[in-house]
Design a protein around this ligand. Sequence first.
Ligand code: PEP
Ligand code: MN
Length: 343
Amino acid sequence: MPGDGSLIIVMRAGATREDIDGVLGRLAEVGAEAHVSEGSHQTIIGIVGDRALVQQLPWEALPGVERAVPVLKPFKFVSREFQPEDSIVEVGSAKIGGGRFAPIAGPCAVESREQLFASAEAVQKAGATILRGDAFKPRTSPYAFQGLGEAGLELLAEAREEFGLPFVVEVLDPRDVDLVSSYADLIRVGTRNMANFSLLSELGRQSKPVMLKRGFTATIEEWLNAAEYIYKEGNHDVVLCERGIRTFENATRNTLDISAVPIVKGLSHLPIIVDPSHSGGHKELVAPLTRVAVAAGADGFMVDVHPTPETALVDGPQAILPAEFAALMDEVRALAAAMHLEV
Ligand code: PEP
Ligand code: MN
């Protein structure tokens, strides 16, 4: 769909194949191109064509049509114009969005059963609702630890059983999407892959929710367009994660762009969380950056927690200890209450 305005037709939850074909037939008659996004709850149809002509037609009178919404932004389905209400994404037993601050925590990478289980037990006791831990690591050096691969996914699945926590894990390669999707509760796209459009489309065609991190050189608009790649393929469960952008400042790993939280909230209905670990890059910054995330209206945070950061194979300097995470959760609960958010 071009950026110069178009229309989205939202079908009713119970719309039949015939209803959808009826709409597509009318679109074909007026020479408009349609993009059909069949989600698990609802089908939505994006239209490209002569806007004036398309908008004149009485779409809402057609069987099965709930509403027709004009959208001016280059990203359509993820825009607030298309859906004024906040999206809530279900991740196993947990939820992200809709008035709660979701705590996601665990080690950067799965290193061993002992390390993962110690982290999972601690974060679960402290109140985390989703476990993090990676099996495939995108490393700056090709010689650095790359993750345990499928063995790491198996350990995460065991930890889910043991501690009752759904988990989020990164996928790096479109060829691994089916494998990761068969284990994960929430699949993460990392900053380096935000503009890997074939990976995004592939994730749009599988059924697990997706967390899309912001590219460290991406504008907010580029990021929302990346989310659109996933959404338009039919996967409507997308969570955004602000994780810092590259600026001239080198006191931090990246600069947390806290303004992105309210800006995204204005532009999109998708939930947005903050990663205070990968943005700041230092454990001392995790608590202050988490506090501003709650105050800015984020829908949650994702933090690196490691039982022995000094032995961590990845990102030790930014990991906090289990006891530090428990103390941070106490602060988060107090701040979230002031913001009228559940934790
Ligand atoms: C991570 O969360 O472990 C990670 C690699 O983050 P990012 O893609 O934001 O660098
Ligand atoms: Mn990391």
